[in-house]
Design a protein around this ligand. Structure first.
Ligand code: PMV
Length: 317
């Protein structure tokens, strides 16, 4: 039995603009998803996924079900078998430390864990970029869009300066960032929001491209300030990034309530993280004020996700 696990992610800076060839900064989050794999003597792929109430079911019977995670997993396996010309029945078990509703990137973490686990099971050497490329291809095969920042966080861990499709993946060397993660309780619809922004850009290219250029400047400045652990300045840049996301019209009332609460509680900076419309917001502050900010977010109707940022990328357990 081989077990691989990969972390979740949160976007620190640069969401949406990253789709248009601008850099972003992504953080790995210390909540992991694991995939355990064992070869079978037949050709069946049998899945147990407690978080989806699936126990010992044939994955091809589940394929047409509403479980997105099943299609990610099955596509990852098919892509791996095709690329490395191998085949086997498998017993697979997934375990998750976070819900697929919070926006921490459960699909990419499951794909990356599966591919890393398969490379170990079939004794095929894959470096980090190989795992990234095949995992990113899998994500594109299933959902058709995305920059791959979530896949990069799952593979490499840490904090990454990233450009779409992994054209640039650079580690930003920092251990602990004093961040609070607040969850809105609302699932963000990433594909729809990406399309909304794309339509806006078609209608008003000058305005939207200007916003993306401004975001790019913020991302480049933020990279240096994170390296310098200058959290106050990182916070100021988060506020500027959030203003630009508001101009893209992808924030929401719930996100804004949580953002306001965190700012009133003394955060250096606060922004939404990811596509917008829901999922999580992030607040950065002095270490001794983090608890106050957590309380303020909860009082405003959010829930706190307690997780260390950053953490290690995919690994064999
Ligand atoms: O909603 P999330 O957390 O998957 O983030 C989406 C970020 C986008 O830039 C809007 C899309 C992407 O794939 O980069």
């Amino acid at each position: 039995m081989i077990k691989a696990s990969a972390p979740g992610k949160l976007m620190l800076f640069g969401e949406h603009a990253v789709i248009y060839d601008k850099p972003c900064i992504v953080a790995s989050v210390d909540h992991r998803i694991s995939v355990s794999l064992k070869k079978r003597n037949d050709n069946n792929i049998i899945l147990t996924a407690p978080e989806l109430n699936i126990e010992n079911e044939n994955i091809s019977d589940l394929e047409k079900s509403h479980f997105k995670k099943v299609s990610f997993l099955l596509t990852a396996i098919r892509n791996f078998f095709k690329k490395y010309d191998v085949k086997s029945g498998l017993d697979i078990k997934t375990q998750s430390e976070f819900s697929d509703k919070v926006g921490l990137g459960s699909s990419s973490a499951v794909v990356v864990s599966a591919i890393k686990g398969l490379s170990e099971l079939f004794k095929i050497k894959m470096n980090e970029k190989d795992v990234f490329d095949l995992s990113y291809q899998t994500v594109l095969d299933v959902q058709g869009l995305g920059s791959g920042f979530d896949v990069a966080a799952a593979v490499y861990g840490g904090i990454l300066f990233f450009k779409t499709a992994g054209k640039v993946i650079k580690a930003i060397n920092v251990q602990n960032i004093p961040l609070v993660i607040g969850y809105t309780g609302i699932k963000a619809d990433t594909p729809t929001l990406v399309k909304v922004v794309r339509e806006k850009r078609t209608k008003e290219p000058k305005k939207i491209n200007h916003i993306f250029n401004e975001i790019e400047k913020i991302v480049n400045l933020a990279k240096t300030e994170i390296e310098n652990k200058n959290w106050k300045e990182v916070g100021r840049l988060m506020n500027l990034n959030q203003d630009l996301l508001r101009n893209l019209d992808i924030s929401s009332k719930k996100l804004e309530n949580l953002i306001k609460a965190a700012l009133n509680a003394g955060a250096y900076g606060v922004k939404l993280s990811g596509a917008g419309g829901g999922d999580c917001m992030l607040a950065i502050s002095k270490k001794d004020n983090l608890d106050n900010i957590k309380k303020a977010i909860e009082k405003a109707g959010g829930s706190i996700i307690n997780a260390k940022i950053p953490t290690e990328g995919v690994r064999i357990e």
